[in-house]
Write a protein that binds this ligand. Structure first.
Ligand code: CS2
Ligand code: MG
Length: 403
């Protein structure tokens, strides 16, 4: 038996807050899991410290599925981003331990490779179309096969995905939520022009993606999807809020543009109808927020039955621990689609020593036993937690809207 003897939560802020769970076993093996929930980090830290870790001590670290069921069913209050991020961190850390104990990179325990590496997409953004495409050209020259385009909206002071810092996009930008102003009309006028210019400048041998970030109604999403069809987007992401999964039936009636959704989902129940009715083409749920590798494999298996591929979320507020775990998952499943990869800051990459590498437009998880990532606890301690909230959005008339 590989007994869990201790576990702790490490909170660090090398440019942004990260929450990491570290589990230690009786033979000295340790494993780590990402538990970061942007803007609600301390809730997950407390859930782990106060309600999960006491139940872990003495359990067999090898019993990953039983531990998952214990934490999911045993909570009574099932699902939700805080609970499922906490379960995800435990699950990821236990997979890390199991793979280290086997002396294998994690993907070997998940069935081995289905592909060389995981195709990733980069993030070109700018206040104008020209600025955005300038960055897109440099990403294409770096060898990216897929690029997300997010451009400023004429008449709006700010919009999702456009950051002054260019390479590192961090939306949690203030101690209390900043208030952004949104106009769907202005936005819908600007996107087709962006894509038309993008195809002119970048050509057709690069995938182009766009994130709507939950801001349209289904019929508006149908219209945008139709407007973009001539430019063949790889996907339109988060077109509408997805609590009502049936919303997507209306979008599907109007456009063949591929749809992606799910970065804020935390269980298979959030996407079961979307997948079974093939209302989407890519499911974006990822390791840290959807219950870990164990649960994400269930979602991918259901998606595989219904022609849905994966497109795991990979923003800067998911730590290199989540990215490492996602890459082992990505190379091991049959219905991989694409992996988001927003670069982390230099400080973050120093705190989290990771072994995944970028080559020919793909990320490779590496061959180290386990996840292939370790946290430098001494360095992590140098970056204390700093409260930061995601913004809120209001329409021009002041109505509180989706950010
Ligand atoms: C975005 C994220 O990466 C994405 O597709 O939707 O930047 C998202 O806004 C953040 O992860 C929220 O914390
Ligand atoms: Mg998104």
């Amino acid at each position: 038996m590989l007994k869990i003897v201790s576990a702790k939560v490490i909170i660090t802020c090398p440019g942004r807050n990260f929450v990491t769970l570290k589990i230690e076993t009786s033979d000295g093996l340790t494993g780590i899991g990402d538990a970061t929930l942007n803007g609600r980090e301390l809730s997950v830290a407390s859930y782990l410290t106060d309600h999960v870790i006491p139940c872990l001590i003495g359990r067999d670290a090898h019993n990953i599925e039983d531990t998952w069921q214990y934490l999911y069913r045993g909570a009574y209050w099932r699902r939700g981003p805080v609970t499922m991020s906490a379960i995800a961190a435990v699950d990821t850390a236990l997979w890390d331990i199991k793979a280290k104990a086997a002396g294998l990179p994690l993907y070997q325990l998940l069935g081995g490779r289905c592909r060389e590496g995981a195709m990733v997409y980069s993030h070109a953004n700018g206040t104008t179309i020209e600025e955005t495409l300038e960055q897109a050209i440099s990403y294409k020259e770096m060898g990216y096969k897929a690029i997300r385009l997010q451009s400023g909206v004429p008449g709006l002071k700010s919009t999702y995905g456009v950051s002054g810092t260019k390479l590192f996009y961090e939306p949690a930008d203030a101690d209390l939520p900043t208030e952004n102003v949104w106009s769907t009309e202005k936005y819908l006028r600007s996107v087709p022009a962006l894509f038309e210019k993008a195809r002119e400048v970048l050509g057709w041998d690069v995938h182009l993606l766009h994130d709507v970030h939950h801001r349209l109604t289904p019929i508006e999403a149908g219209r945008l999807g139709k407007d973009l069809e001539p430019y063949r987007p790889f996907w339109l992401e988060d077109t509408v809020v997805a609590e009502n999964q049936a919303n997507f039936r209306l979008i599907r009636q109007h456009t063949t543009t591929p749809l992606a959704v799910g970065e804020i989902f935390n269980s298979i129940w959030d996407c079961k109808q979307l997948i079974e009715e093939q209302l989407i083409d890519y499911i974006r749920a990822t390791v840290v927020h959807a219950g870990g590798i164990t649960h994400l494999r269930r979602i991918a298996a259901l998606a595989d039955l219904h022609n849905v591929r994966t497109g795991c979320h990979g923003a800067t507020d998911l730590s290199p621990v989540c990215m490492s775990a996602a890459l082992h998952f990505d190379v091991s499943i049959p219905n991989f689609g694409i992996q988001e990869w927003m670069h982390h800051t230099k400080e973050t990459d120093e705190v989290f020593r990771r072994t995944y590498t970028f080559k020919d437009g793909m990320l490779h998880p590496g061959e180290m036993p386990g996840l292939g990532v370790e946290i430098d606890e001494k360095l992590a301690a140098k970056y204390p937690y700093k409260r930061a909230f995601l913004p809120v959005n209001r329409l021009e008339d002041g109505t509180l809207y989706n950010w």
